[in-house]
Design a protein around this ligand. Structure first.
Ligand code: ADP
Ligand code: GLC
Length: 478
């Protein structure tokens, strides 16, 4: 048995304490999965009000008289099933609103990264990590601080959950965020004349991972690299794609308290009760013969939600229903509300974020639509597989890696689990809908696809093993 590794996982979200999307799910689920691989994880979060409330009785393990403009404390404790450090810095994090709705994000996440680097260097004697694992731009400066501090340091790994969010700040000075002048440069934090937090992490971490093998390849090309492909190609030897899993305690149809009826893979009949409940809850007509398509998504260009609206007629003409849960772009929200008004009983829209309804849609819809223009990994199609809703997805990123398209050959050999389309255009999406509707015409075949989908391994086990290997290699190659 290899030596136990200690990892500090540093992130701006962790389910169930703070979540705006899949990043929170992943950061929340990894520690339990890694523990089974002999890796002990402490998670470090900003001290948002929800985190502070959950850690009400926690003890301070370090005090900063001043950290980027105000006093701060590092708390250690347990909450939400996680072993946590929280940076209690009221001048930066004691605020209402979403975690990123603030004009001083550059300073907030620099301070957070500075404190995480301090923990990395052993400021808290009871937990001195072997590896610091940073997630996304908010923590991109962690490897930079550890690099420029000099002296002994833990190994560093950064994971890209979404290259579209880069944390590029114009007009910010190195002095403000406590980095030396020589950090400015192509090998450091400079990024097109500004300071780039994600760029800094990608340049200076010992290892880089992203959340699917296909996305790892896509971001290394000019088309998918969003300005960072040159750097990623330069660092190709330390870049790997590790597919996300889903938390099988949170997403388990056999125990899910959000469902009207719980079910095992072999007893899918109970899905019918969930379809009935979903229709009732969203105000859709009780027409059992109509295939029910679902969407659970941020409403953004990335997710291709405009394509769903543009090709709505394809679903309506095909006799289908559509249940949408999402929030984001105001124009898209309004357009879905309008679509529901135009097709009462056949299109339903719930604007907002609703954990319980997300589970009911997964358990009650016949198919889940994910027409993303790009998708680093995507979790909703994995939840759909587990819950027996067939994913209808664009063939990009992690969607390409997790769904097996129901073409004739794949159906014949019994490996198909959903429907894929490419390129990501309205025309191809419409074709995918027609293919899905035609699969629906044959109930026995649909049931076979559903059974195969539910048998897909969407757990963290394999991926946790790969992370453990990357951690060990990062220490060896540093
Ligand atoms: P992303 O992180 O890009 O938004 P993912 O598919 O990785 O996409 O993760 C999205 C996560 O957020 C899933 O757990 C999904 O169920 C959840 N989610 C997205 N939108 C909503 C919503 N409106 N209500 C509840 N959960 C949502
Ligand atoms: C990002 C990506 C999504 C991925 C998630 C978790 O939000 O958009 O594809 O699943 O991070 O890694």
């Amino acid at each position: 048995m290899a030596k136990t590794l200690r990892v500090l996982s540093v992130a701006s979200e962790a389910f169930p304490l703070a979540k705006t999307g899949g990043l929170g799910d992943v950061v929340g689920a990894l520690p339990a999965a890694l523990l089974r691989e002999g890796v002990v994880v402490r998670t470090m979060l900003p001290g948002y009000p929800a985190v502070m409330a959950a850690l009400a009785s926690a003890s301070a393990v370090h005090v900063y008289d001043s950290l980027f403009g105000g006093p701060a404390r590092l708390l250690a404790g347990q909450a939400g099933g996680l072993d946590l450090f929280a940076l209690d810095a009221p001048h930066l994090f004691a605020r209402t609103g979403g975690p990123y709705d603030h004009a001083d994000n550059a300073l907030r996440f620099a301070a957070f990264s500075r404190a995480a680097a301090d923990v990395g260097k052993g400021i808290v004697a009871e937990f001195v990590p072997d590896v610091v694992h940073a997630h996304d731009w908010q923590t991109g400066l962690v490897p930079a601080y550890l690099h420029y501090d000099g002296g002994p340091r833990p190994a560093t790994v950064i994971t890209v959950h979404n290259l579209a969010f880069q944390g590029r700040f114009d007009g910010l000075t190195l002095d403000t965020i406590g980095l030396p002048w020589h950090a400015w440069g192509i090998d450091g934090v400079e990024y097109y004349g500004a300071i780039g937090y994600l760029k800094a992490g990608l340049a200076l971490a010992d290892r880089i991972t992203t959340v699917s093998p296909t996305y790892a390849a896509e971001i290394s090309t000019p088309e998918g690299g969003m300005g960072l492909d040159g750097l990623l190609r330069h660092r190709a030897s330390v870049l790997s794609g590790i597919l996300n899993g889903i938390d099988d305690a949170v997403w388990n149809p056999a125990t899910d308290r959000h469902l009207a009826a719980r079910f095992e893979a072999g007893h899918r009949a109970a899905r019918v009760a969930n379809r009935v409940a979903l229709r009732a809850r969203m105000g859709l007509d009780a027409t059992p013969e109509a295939p029910l398509f679902g969407v659970v998504s941020r409403l953004t260009w990335q997710k291709g939600m405009d394509l769903v609206l543009a090709e709505l007629a394809e679903l309506m003409d095909g006799g289908a229903q559509l249940a949408v849960l999402g929030s984001g772009d105001a124009g898209l929200e309004a357009a879905f509300v309008d679509a529901a008004r135009r097709h009462p009983g056949r299109v339903a829209m719930h604007v907002g974020y609703d954990e319980g309804l997300a589970h009911l849609i997964q358990g009650g819809a016949d198919a889940i639509v994910v027409p993303s223009r790009f998708e680093p990994c995507g979790l909703t199609q994995m939840c759909a597989l587990r819950y027996g809703a067939l994913p209808v997805v664009a063939h990009v990123g992690g969607l390409a890696d997790t769904v097996v398209d129901a073409n004739d050959a794949a159906v014949a050999s019994g490996v198909a689990t959903g429907v894929q389309f490419f390129p990501v255009t309205g025309e191809q999406f419409a074709f995918a809908i027609r293919r899905t509707l035609s699969l629906w015409q044959d109930p026995a075949r649909w049931r076979r696809l559903q059974a195969r989908a539910m048998a897909t391994d969407v757990s963290w086990q394999h991926s946790a093993q790969q992370y453990a290997r990357v951690y060990r290699e990062s220490m060896a190659n540093r």
